[in-house]
Ligand binder design. Structure first.
Ligand code: ZN
Length: 123
């Protein structure tokens, strides 16, 4: 398993492009917020997480794939990721943030993703 880069993944770049097109201003990686969210729109009190399906255990086929090697190492680690995501979302909601999670697999349908993001921001 190769290392997963934390910044500037293709899904993140696409999400940012969409926001630009829609005319929203945002900030990246607010370290002072739980989970260090990928994209933050402070004015709207909204947060967008861009999650890799495998890494964050999305319930799509990518996310449910079992690691081929070192399963004993990966499975607890992935389970912990999922748990941490949930806790971070709960903390952020408590702080009054609205949250949208964009999944890696959703970038295959950009039109749908644009819709999803624009709906979320207009809410
Ligand atoms: Zn997925």
């Amino acid at each position: 398993m190769s290392r997963i880069r934390k910044t500037d993944s293709a899904p993140e770049l696409l999400a940012r492009q969409i926001l630009h097109k829609l005319g929203y201003r945002f900030r990246l990686y607010r370290k002072n917020l739980p989970g260090c969210p990928d994209i933050v729109l402070p004015k709207h009190k909204k947060i967008i997480f861009v999650h890799g399906c495998w890494w964050h255990r999305h319930n799509c086929h990518l996310g449910q794939r079992t690691p081929k090697s070192r399963t004993k190492y990966w499975l607890p680690k992935l389970a912990a990721n999922k748990k941490r995501d949930k806790e971070n979302r709960r903390k952020l909601l408590k702080l009054g943030w609205k949250i949208l999670v964009v999944w890696e697999c959703q970038i295959k349908k950009p039109e749908k993703l644009i819709n999803k993001i624009s709906k979320f921001l207009k809410r």
